[in-house]
Design a protein around this ligand. Structure first.
Ligand SMILES: [Zn+2]
Length: 127
């Protein structure tokens, strides 16, 4: 509880100057603590505002995410990792529409995916 000015005035009127000084110190310490807390909260707000602005650039395009900023596109990023942990893990591969996440080990198939059918060659029949 922060000492009130009334409390301090009463102490001075009683002649308890040292006690009044202690109460004033208490107020000063509280003010410093509040300034520090205020600074921390302002920094947190900045970080969160940055995250909100960034999330506005995230584009869902089944089965993965892209990040679009000033006409530039990066990605694709793993849907599982972003939805679960808010982390952007770049997907690897892309050949034949197949992508892998090195973090959660999931595989994703986009519209370019075609099932590979390997025609049996003559060598397959050798024993
Ligand atoms: Zn992942």
């Amino acid at each position: 509880m922060i000492p009130s000015s009334k409390e301090i005035v009463e102490l001075i009127l009683k002649g308890s100057v040292i006690e009044a000084q202690e109460k004033i110190m208490e107020i000063r310490e509280t003010a410093v603590r509040m300034q520090e807390d205020n600074l921390k909260l302002r920094q947190q707000i900045k970080v969160l505002e940055g995250e909100i602005a960034f999330r506005g650039k995230v584009v869902w395009e089944q089965p993965y995410y892209w990040v679009e900023d000033k006409g530039e596109r990066t990605g694709p990023y793993c849907q599982m990792c972003y939805d679960k942990d808010g982390k952007f893990m770049r997907l690897q591969g892309g050949e034949n529409g197949t992508w892998q996440c090195k973090s959660c080990r999931n595989s994703f198939f986009d519209n370019n995916y075609r099932e590979l059918r390997i025609a049996p060659s003559d060598e397959d029949w050798r024993i």
